[in-house]
Design a protein around this ligand. Structure first.
Ligand code: ADE
Length: 268
């Protein structure tokens, strides 16, 4: 074989060994990406996390890291913070991608958890307060009607498989569809149906894209605040249920952390 192929093989072998090593050592550092302050603060309080005032992130960005130790886990709750101009939570795919990238670079986590609220579909028998683990993620608002670019736009991918976690926690499992709008246009609806989604959020597929690029396993814990194909206006129903559903989210994330503690990624 030519020398070039030899060295490629060695590099590939080393990369495979590194992945196997990472999968077989107990999980130590966890990054929890949460878009809204209302969703993040109950976890910060519960785990007595501290705000990092000497930020790992570039000067001037609104991104906030809360950190601390729970059991044997180094927890990092990352909240993209408030929009510098408008003062509202920096929700959506752009901020989610940026903080995921920056957190991986700075903290080299063993695992990412993207936790948050989501809209659910009664067509999929989803109810307010249900907590889902996402089996798959995809985008529903990136339409590029050119062969292959269409698939790139949708960006469908299976999530990191956690059969033991799913069995133990008895959470619902379903596909997650991501877009940058809280409401749902008819075009979005057609894409969400094509994605076969049970829940819809504004960050998941973006977090998945970045985590996949950098080979970090990620799981998605999403609690349902509103029924998108129900009778109530989405924004009203979302705001009405946000605080109560956040309690269900907080409990689910705690159970996930309790399960993860002491385990390797390959045991999830
Ligand atoms: N988060 C909570 N409800 C949502 C919805 N309907 N769409 C997107 N993200 C959400």
């Amino acid at each position: 074989m030519a020398p070039h192929n030899d060295s490629t093989e060695v590099v590939e072998e080393r990369a495979t060994t590194m992945v196997a090593d990472a999968e077989n050592k107990p999980i130590s550092t966890i990054v929890i990406i949460i878009a809204m302050q209302t969703e993040a603060l109950p976890l910060v309080t519960k785990f007595q996390l501290s705000e990092d005032h000497d930020s790992l992130f570039p000067k001037g960005v609104p991104w906030v890291r809360y950190y601390g130790v729970y059991k044997d886990l180094n927890l990092n709750v990352i909240w993209p913070g408030k929009d510098p101009l408008l003062g509202v939570d920096s929700v959506g795919t752009i901020s989610a991608s940026l903080v995921t990238y920056a957190s991986i670079q700075a903290l080299k986590p063993d695992l990412i958890i993207n936790a948050g609220t989501a809209g659910g579909f009664k067509a999929k028998e989803t109810c307010i307060g249900d907590v889902y683990l996402a089996s798959d993620v995809a985008f529903h608002d990136r339409r590029i009607p050119i062969p292959v670019f269409d698939q790139y736009g949708i960006g469908a991918r299976k999530t990191f498989s956690t059969p033991n976690l799913l069995k133990e926690l008895n959470l619902k499992i379903g596909k997650l569809s991501t877009g940058d709008s809280l409401d749902m246009s008819p075009q979005d609806e057609a894409s969400i149906i094509a994605n076969d989604a049970a829940v819809k959020d504004m960050e998941g597929a973006a977090v998945a894209y970045v985590a996949d690029l950098l080979s970090v396993p990620v799981i998605f814990v999403k609690a349902v605040t509103d029924i998108v194909d129900g009778d109530k206006p989405t924004a009203e129903e979302f705001l009405q249920n946000l605080v109560a559903v956040t309690t269900a989210l907080d409990q689910a994330v705690t159970r996930v952390l309790d399960f993860i503690s002491g385990k390797c990624v390959s045991e999830l």
